[in-house]
Design a binder for this molecule. Structure first.
Ligand code: GLN
Length: 482
């Protein structure tokens, strides 16, 4: 097959073509690696490209496929992995100077699983530093560019993963989502991104940002591909106490024949209000009409708790982040300044020089909300709000199978815009963070283009805990009938 033919295939189609001998894993890796070589100078989606390692592994995988030792649907398919997911012997920077020399001695559970399934890692992709941000501009390795517009951000923090799939520099990728970091870049780059239920995918080997919110998930060309990768990575893991036995793979044939008849969709009024760009609202509303035509019942409902989304998220996320990031002290691993300095200076200099501005801002915010004078006023209040948010979703899901709305209030922002105004960037997370607070599964599906630049818009479909089957089913039905 030619490079053009290979890159035009979805991940599942590519897996099938490899199995049928129409192409091979080595040929597929060659195709993607040469495109990365040609084009990633413009996008900067990769931090590390594993050219030799990928080709060597692909040859082994081809042999295992021929011998019948590897039979899964994505065997032989190349993949890009976000750079906060540990890969044994391969640099894992988290987009930070602090980890610019960190080579993990172990694999994350998801990495083990994708390798056991015969997938081949092309490289590690760019991200906001420590996954803090919405634009992939806070990376120590420079910003990633949105393939839909060179002066537009790809979203974040998994901007490298989304841009790589959108620019066809990988057929599929892994990202992580703490407050929207899979869904929002998927929306900005016009690809499909699934944030699984909290506990359905092991976090072992994911560099922690906010442990009660972080979740790894797929970024793909369509919902079927996302489902196939989700099926590989999901499941309880003895190495992650928060992973759950309830997590189960999605039945792929049920997904193909998914019917919306008799299903109910709830639309929170607050997700369609004044803060939402009119063109985004229009595209999302049109997508919901398609779901209606497919037999779903649609109803608006009031979801006033949405008002507390941003403060609750930023208090909890920063509190957990400042605690998680306290391990970077220049002693155990990571960046350490040169020179003959005493211990206190070593701590201070390592952290001052190793972390970027946004990370420092969050560490300070986190320490503030956890300090004895403010703990009750901020952190405890946020925990109370978290309970109310969960209860509000539970109540809504008594009535609805799916809750739908936009992923982000706007299409991709201009480069540089939000670096100067962090509050504006935080407010852009209004539609995604509630889902992490409640631990729910949600997907971002491309649903049209906005403005003269034709920037992608994303529809968000939110499901009940461990109901990935419904979330993916709605998404796939929409994509087939769009
Ligand atoms: N944009 C959000 C933040 O900056 C979400 C990040 C994420 O999901 N990792 O915290």
């Amino acid at each position: 097959m030619t490079t053009e033919e290979i890159i035009s295939l979805s991940a599942l189609e590519l897996g099938k073509a490899i199995k049928e001998g129409k192409t091979s894993s080595v040929e597929a890796c060659h195709a993607y690696l040469s495109r990365i070589d040609d084009r990633d100078g413009l996008y900067n989606s990769y931090i590390t490209v594993l050219t030799e390692e990928a080709l060597k592994r692909a040859a082994q995988v081809d042999a295992d496929i021929s011998a019948g030792r590897l039979t899964g649907p994505l065997a032989g398919v190349p993949i890009a992995v976000k750079d906060n997911i540990c890969t044994k012997g391969v640099l894992t920077t988290c987009g930070s100077k602090m980890l610019s020399n960190f080579v993990p001695p172990y694999d994350a559970t998801v990495v083990k699983k994708i390798e056991e399934a015969g997938m081949v890692i092309l490289g590690k992709v760019n991200m906001d530093e420590f996954a803090m941000g919405s634009t992939t501009e806070t990376s120590f390795y420079g910003p990633t560019v949105n393939p839909h517009g060179v002066n537009r951000v790809p979203g974040g923090s998994s901007g490298g993963s989304a841009a790589a799939v959108a620019a066809e520099l990988a057929p599929i990728a892994l990202g992580s989502d703490t407050g929207g970091s899979i869904r929002q870049p998927s929306s900005f780059c016009g690809v499909t991104g699934l944030k699984p239920t909290y506990g359905s995918v092991s976090r072992y080997g994911l560099v922690a940002f906010a442990s009660s919110l972080d979740q790894i998930g797929p970024i793909a060309k369509n919902a079927e591909d996302a489902a196939a990768l989700y099926n590989i990575i999901c499941g309880a893991d003895p190495k992650d106490q928060s992973s759950s036995e309830e997590a189960a793979p999605v039945d792929m044939s049920a997904l193909e024949n998914f019917s919306l008849k008799g299903k109910k969709i709830g639309l929170p009024e607050e997700y369609f209000g004044d803060g939402i760009d009119p063109e985004v609202r229009e595209k999302v509303t049109a997508a919901i009409e398609v779901l209606k035509d497919l037999g779903a019942e649609v109803e608006k409902f009031s979801f006033p708790i949405a008002e507390y989304a941003i403060p609750t998220y930023y208090i909890i996320a920063c509190a957990e982040a400042c605690s998680n990031l306290s391990r970077y002290d220049g002693i155990k691993y990571g960046y350490r300044p040169e020179g003959d300095i005493d211990l206190t200076q070593l701590y201070i200099k390592s952290r001052s020089e190793g972390f970027g501005l946004e990370v420092k801002r969050r560490i300070m915010l986190g320490n503030f909300v956890l300090s004895s004078g403010y703990y009750d006023a901020y952190y405890n209040k946020a925990l109370q709000a978290k309970n109310l948010i969960k209860q509000s979703f539970d109540k809504a899901f008594e009535k609805y199978d799916i809750i739908a709305g936009p992923v982000a209030p706007t299409p991709a922002l201009k480069a540089g815009e939000s670096l100067s105004d962090p509050l504006k960037m935080y407010l852009g997370d209004i539609c995604t963070v509630l889902i992490n607070i409640a631990g729910l599964p949600a997907i971002s599906v491309p649903c049209g283009e906005a403005g003269e630049e034709k920037l992608p818009v994303g529809l968000q479909l939110i499901g009940k805990p461990f109901d990935e089957a419904n979330v993916l089913g709605f998404a796939s039905a929409y994509q087939k009938n769009q």
